[in-house]
Design a binder for this molecule. Structure first.
Ligand code: CP3
Length: 347
């Protein structure tokens, strides 16, 4: 039986097919900017929330209803895979991640465990089943994972970083150990994403949030082969969104590493991105999340500005260029979604 989500604007756009309206969802659509989320977080830590499927599903479904977006994403985090791979993961009270045992020398790579079974992450599959069961049939559910470079950056830096000094030093000084570690992340993440697909997601997004800190040459040499290895291991048939923001110079290599939809941020226009990537790829993006801190009029103008570049071209998914900031007023996020629905009717 054909499910209703198969013909939804989000799925059609991901396959570069024509749609009646431009689909929109927002990265981090469930999170600290929402009072309903904060109320739940008063009683439950972020990690507990991720490991309690009914609550995780609840948080995402509330956000989807409140915003009226065209897709749901599972409520989880890209770093959870690090635990079964041998890392001590914690989220500090301000939300920032911390790794208790980061990799600080080449021999520590031996300690990284390839994820042979997804059993320790079964709570994520339960979140998927729970969310899919309660989500409207017309909306697709997105699964996700961190790409090898972004996972390696956290594993080596031990937390968020500005300059990525340690991960960059490591990859240049220890190319063999780097290769060994990146292969472990690639294979493990592919296994994880394939299980998410089995559990019921319709689309997957690969977050390479920090790859933009690299030069084109370093991306080609130290990152691209492993993102490609991962994407090649994903069972065909599920659209893949490849999101590696921050550095438009990397776009052709990001495209060549794989994925059907290329995520872009505000550092490049939609039109320019399409010229670079080619029209047989779908594009997702690219409003600067800072615009959501302004006002309704500016938000509407910015939406119109982006949609004018898209015109009627099939294969566009409206999103932000990065996650919603915690300071965002909820009514501004709602105004954004409404504006996309109003101006994005394809006649
Ligand atoms: O999009 C969604 O609403 C789904 C859930 C989701 C979260 N994290 C929930 C979360 C997704 C898709 C992510 C991905 C993620 N996690 C990325 C890639 C996207 C990006 O922002 O580039 C990264 C780098 C992480 C790692 C991470 N997790 C950081 C850096 C932080 C702290 C800072 C921050 O932005 O909040 C987290 C915590 C986190 N992940 C929270 C949420 C709702 C906040 C936790 C809290 O304090 O309640």
């Amino acid at each position: 039986m054909k499910r209703k989500w198969e013909d939804s604007p989000m799925m059609r756009a991901a396959r570069c097919q024509e749609t009646k309206s431009v689909p929109v969802w927002l990265m981090r659509q469930a999170g600290r900017y929402m009072p309903e989320y904060q109320a739940i977080r008063e009683h439950v830590s972020f990690m507990e929330l991720c490991k309690t499927p009914e609550l995780a599903a609840e948080v995402m479904l509330t956000a989807v209803q409140r915003l009226n977006v065209d897709a749901a994403i599972i409520f989880s985090d890209i770093l959870l895979i690090l635990e079964p791979m041998g890392f001590e993961l914690e989220f500090e009270p301000d939300g920032g991640p911390k790794i208790g045992n980061p990799i600080r020398n080449s021999s520590a790579v031996k300690m990284v465990r390839e994820l042979e079974s997804v059993e320790p992450l079964e709570f994520v599959m339960n979140t998927i089943r729970c969310t899919r069961e309660r989500l409207d049939d017309s909306l697709p559910l997105i699964g996700f994972a961190g790409a090898p470079f972004t996972l390696a950056a956290y594993a080596i830096e031990g937390g968020s970083s500005h300059h990525f000094r340690q991960v960059k030093t490591f990859m240049h000084i220890y190319p063999n150990e780097w290769q060994e570690m990146m292969q472990k992340f690639a294979v493990s993440t592919a296994r994880y994403l394939n299980s998410q697909i089995n559990a019921g997601v319709q689309i997957v997004q690969l977050f390479d949030s920090w790859a933009g800190c690299l030069s084109g040459e370093d991306y080609k040499k130290y990152v691209k082969p492993y993102s490609r290895m991962l994407i090649d291991l994903i069972v065909p048939g599920t659209p893949i969104i490849h999101f590696a923001p921050g550095n438009p110079v990397l776009l052709t290599d990001i495209r060549d590493a794989g994925g059907h939809v290329i995520g872009i941020d505000w550092r490049i226009t939609v039109q320019q991105a399409w010229e670079v990537i080619g029209s047989n790829y779908a594009v997702q993006g690219n409003l600067d999340p800072a615009i959501l801190l302004t006002n309704r009029d500016l938000i509407r103008q910015s939406v119109l500005h982006i949609l004018r570049q898209v015109e009627r071209r099939p294969g566009f998914i409206f999103n932000l260029g990065h996650g919603i900031m915690p300071q965002t007023p909820v009514e501004n996020a709602i105004a954004l979604v409404n504006a996309v629905h109003e101006f994005g009717i394809v006649r």
